[in-house]
Write a protein that binds this ligand. Structure first.
Ligand SMILES: Nc1ncnc2c1ncn2[C@@H]1O[C@H](COP(=O)(O)OP(=O)(O)OP(=O)(O)O)[C@@H](O)[C@H]1O
Ligand SMILES: [Mg+2]
Length: 279
């Protein structure tokens, strides 16, 4: 079956614990998500970039044994991209379901990533699926799809990164329960680094401690706070033989600011964290 522009699909995964995508809880998000799924309530995930939103959705889809359909949202996304359209194939006109329609038919999790990037009038198309009707009317087919109980809508965004024109309609927001995600506690963030990169526990500990020193630089104008993803990058560079302080500056400093003074401060902190240089 062809997929609509940009949508990604993953197969259902056997829900035995060993096969779940690795995810470290930062609070009660697993229980909240499972309860929302059980009661057919859609979920809005909020949290800074690199805090684990996408990983969490993959983890939960596998845990619940459901297929996952991911839609990366952008401002050109149309309702037809979500619902489907007629296409010409071999001289014939065929209907192709969009990711929302496909997920509703399959009883999958439909994950609208960075939903805030889509236009509000596009997102309205999810309304009938995200309230007690749980139906999608496909006008072009004259068909009403009733979503099975397993179907779930999940959307995510990074609060604070969008401009003043970007927001969600109250009527969209209020259809969802919200889960706030944040960075894992230090010991858990160290576990993430060790698991994701195979780095040793001591280096993971130092990297996490360094990140905890850099994050408060927001007060001094650091626009982007280094997330767990940036620490994973630093750990990967170190694993590849890069000097730890250099790896830290390249991952937690250079991509996040253009301010030479802030980079200098981050470099100094990194050198203090790894005084002995290459290990
Ligand atoms: N709680 C966590 N458990 C396991 N891994 C994590 C966790 N948080 C972050 N990671 C690691 O950080 C990486 C980035 O996480 P992820 O892609 O899920 O972030 P995100 O919140 O979706 O970011 P964005 O908003 O930029 O899409 C993951 O690939 C994983 O290696
Ligand atoms: Mg993501």
């Amino acid at each position: 079956m062809p997929t609509a522009k940009g949508a990604r699909e993953s197969a259902p995964v056997d829900a035995s614990d060993g096969e779940l995508p690795f995810y470290v809880n930062t609070g009660n998000e697993v229980a909240l998500f499972a309860a929302a799924h059980e009661r057919c309530v859609p979920v809005l995930l909020k949290g800074p970039t690199g805090c684990g939103k996408t990983r969490f959705v993959h983890h939960m889809a596998a845990k619940l044994g459901l297929p996952l359909v991911t839609v990366p949202c952008h401002d050109d996304l149309t309702a037809a991209d979500l619902v489907g359209r007629h296409l010409i194939r071999g001289g014939e006109t065929v209907w192709v379901d969009g990711p929302l329609t496909r997920a509703a038919r399959q009883g999958a999790i439909c994950y609208l990533d960075e939903v805030i990037e889509a236009r509000k009038d596009t997102i309205v198309v999810i309304h009938s699926l995200s309230d007690d009707r749980r139906t999608l009317y496909v006008e072009r087919l004259g068909e009403e799809i009733r979503a099975p109980a397993s179907f779930m809508l999940v959307m995510s965004f990074n609060p604070g990164y969008q401009g003043p024109l970007k927001s969600l309609k109250p009527s969209t927001r209020q259809r969802f329960v919200g889960i706030d995600l944040t960075w894992p506690e230090p010991e858990d963030e160290e576990r993430v680094l060790c698991h994701e990169t195979g780095i040793d526990a001591t280096t993971a500990h130092r990297l996490v401690r360094l990140a905890r020193k850099i994050r408060p630089l927001k007060e001094q104008g650091l626009e982007e706070i280094p997330g767990t993803r940036t620490l994973v990058h630093a750990a990967n560079l170190i694993r590849a033989g890069v000097d730890p302080a250099e790896a830290a500056v390249a991952s937690l400093g250079v991509p996040l600011t253009e301010e030479p003074e802030l980079i200098h401060t981050i470099r100094t902190l990194a050198q203090m964290s790894f005084p002995e240089g290459r290990q």
